[in-house]
Design a protein around this ligand. Structure first.
Ligand SMILES: Nc1ncnc2c1ncn2[C@@H]1O[C@H](COP(=O)(O)OP(=O)(O)O)[C@@H](O)[C@H]1O
Ligand SMILES: [Mg+2]
Length: 369
């Protein structure tokens, strides 16, 4: 049976549902040593934490940025754990008014870690309150309305704010500047995902051959959350087929059944590439036309399928529309028309020269991952 994901039955979506978060919690690394990959962020963070322990003061505020599923929430929890501090969790969307934030801040205890997920979505008034709280450990509580309103200053105990965002570019400068340390999480390579999977398999009591781990890792789009999800799908498959040691053939069969191909593309991703190559000769074609051709909303194609296709170098965005790259033709097992290859060389150059200059209702804010 298929676990629901935010985009229907999409196994390769990098975000998670409430149901899935419980499964994830069990697999979360508990300390920095267990946290796989991201060597730079790990080292830097470790230094920040050690220094705070030596100073016997709460760590500086930490901002974690990067695409969904790479370990931001996990790291926030590790920070609290490593500092032996209690953790309070909230998120930008949950803080609609300055009062919501004031209530949280005024109940913090000394040294507590406050994790604000999706911090770029916090309201403006709350954001301004946060500036002062981060810098001076102080807030002004406004009492009354209109001419009679007065600001009552309130001292806060020193705390550590850990903010997480998938859109660091959307953060206001003054907010970004108040973080002592920013860690940017990168996609994981296959070797690192194999380590994530080995750890998860051990915790789930699963036996896999080494090449089965590599097979799952290669289909996981550089994202631990997807790797763990695919592992659960393979586990289900093995259970039903009564396979005790999962070899590469079993992993392939399971993932093929869920229509996740050897590069981590799913049905929608492939439909987009196939339409682009087979219906439009490799493009360029406008995004809206492409969306109609695959029977999806423009937004779905743009935000769900396209970022990974672009990241993988399978699809290019040019001022004249979307184009398939030579790698896309190859991935579909098709031969690129000779003139298309010529066109693609041009288009690829256009992508880097004029990124964002896309007339096809393109949102330049849309990240390319
Ligand atoms: N570096 C890592 N090592 C091991 N597991 C990881 C790592 N990063 C993420 N995970 C796993 O992936 C899942 C998603 O991680 P999470 O921290 O929730 O991502 P984010 O908050 O960035 O969306 C969790 O189940 C976590 O256990
Ligand atoms: Mg998270």
């Amino acid at each position: 049976m298929t676990e629901p994901t935010p985009h229907g039955d999409r196994q390769v979506d990098a975000t998670s549902t409430a149901e899935e978060r419980e499964l994830e919690a069990a697999l979360r690394p508990k300390n920095l040593d267990e946290f796989v990959g991201q060597p730079r962020v790990r080292q830097q963070l470790s230094l920040v934490l050690q220094a705070s322990q030596l100073r016997q003061a709460p760590a500086e505020h930490v901002l974690l940025s990067g695409p969904p599923g790479l370990g931001k929430t996990t790291l926030a929890m590790i920070i609290a754990q490593e500092m032996n501090a209690p953790l309070r969790i909230s998120s930008g969307p949950a803080i609609q008014h300055a009062g919501d934030l004031a209530a949280i801040l005024s109940s913090l205890t000394e040294g507590e870690v406050l994790f604000l997920d999706e911090i770029h979505r916090i309201s403006r008034t709350a954001e301004e309150m946060l500036y002062m709280a981060m810098e001076d450990f102080r807030v002004d509580i406004i009492v009354g309305k209109g001419a009679g309103a007065t600001a009552i200053p309130l001292e806060l105990p020193p705390f550590t704010l850990v903010g997480a965002t998938t859109r660091a570019g959307l953060l206001q400068g003054p907010l970004r500047d108040r973080f002592g340390f920013t860690g940017h999480l990168e996609f994981y390579d296959v070797d690192e995902l194999v380590l994530v999977l080995r750890r998860s398999a051990m915790m789930l009591d699963l036996r896999l051959s080494p090449d089965a781990f590599v097979e799952i890792a290669s289909r996981s789009r550089g994202t631990p959350r997807i790797a763990n999800r695919l592992l659960r799908r393979v586990r289900d498959w093995a259970l039903v087929h009564q396979i005790h040691t999962i070899d590469v053939a079993a992993a392939q069969a399971a993932l093929d059944m869920y229509e996740v191909d050897e590069r981590g593309l799913d049905r929608l991703d492939r439909a987009v590439l196939e339409a682009l190559c087979l219906k439009f000769g490799g493009g360029p074609v406008g995004l809206s036309t492409l969306a109609i051709a695959v029977g999806e909303e423009v937004e779905t194609v743009e935000t769900v399928a396209e970022p990974y296709l672009v990241r993988e170098g399978l699809l290019g965005r040019t001022p004249r529309g979307r184009v398939a790259t030579a790698a896309a033709w190859e991935h579909l097992g098709l031969r690129a028309p000779d003139d298309a290859q010529q066109g693609q060389r041009m288009s690829t150059r256009n992508v880097s020269d004029q990124s964002g200059a896309n007339p096809d209702q393109d949102n330049p804010e849309t990240p390319l991952w």
